[in-house]
Design a protein. Structure first.
Length: 140
């Protein structure tokens, strides 16, 4: 499994295409062009109460691109050895997350929308929801 050897250094922010127009900007995302994986699922988080956190899990095989479609929030990633935090607040910028990393989303601004493009359909078997189990999976 790729996820066992993934580190936080395998993740990065990516700029998405932005078409500027006085009437309003547009960003279109195409799989395998703007996102390096086929998009099999798209979902978004919204109406998150102040102080609440989301995520707090890992994935064994799932690749994701996370975008702050509106507002802002923080994505904290760990590979079991190192931790890095990304602040997302631009709808034309995404965070590419590889499998095998623990992720937490927090510090959501009022009215924020977190858009997630995923490489696989939903599968509960792909989730690691316990941090101790995650560390065993990563062999740390």
């Amino acid at each position: 499994m790729e996820g066992q050897t993934t580190t936080i250094h395998d993740c990065k922010k990516v700029l998405l295409p932005k078409v500027s127009n006085p009437a309003g900007n547009l960003t279109a995302i195409q799989q395998t062009k703007d996102v390096p994986f086929p998009i099999k699922r798209l979902y978004y988080l919204y109406d998150i109460p102040g102080g609440q956190e989301r995520g707090a899990h890992g994935h064994k095989n799932l690749n994701q691109l996370i975008v702050a479609a509106s507002g802002s929030f923080e994505v904290v990633l760990t590979d079991g050895k190192e931790t890095v935090s990304y602040y997302l607040n631009r709808p034309y910028e995404g965070l590419l997350i590889k499998p095998g990393l623990w992720r937490e989303l927090k510090n959501f601004s009022s009215g924020s929308v977190c858009l997630v493009l995923a490489s696989e359909k939903y599968s509960e078997e792909d989730y690691i929801r316990d941090y101790e189990e995650f560390k065993t999976f990563k062999d740390v």
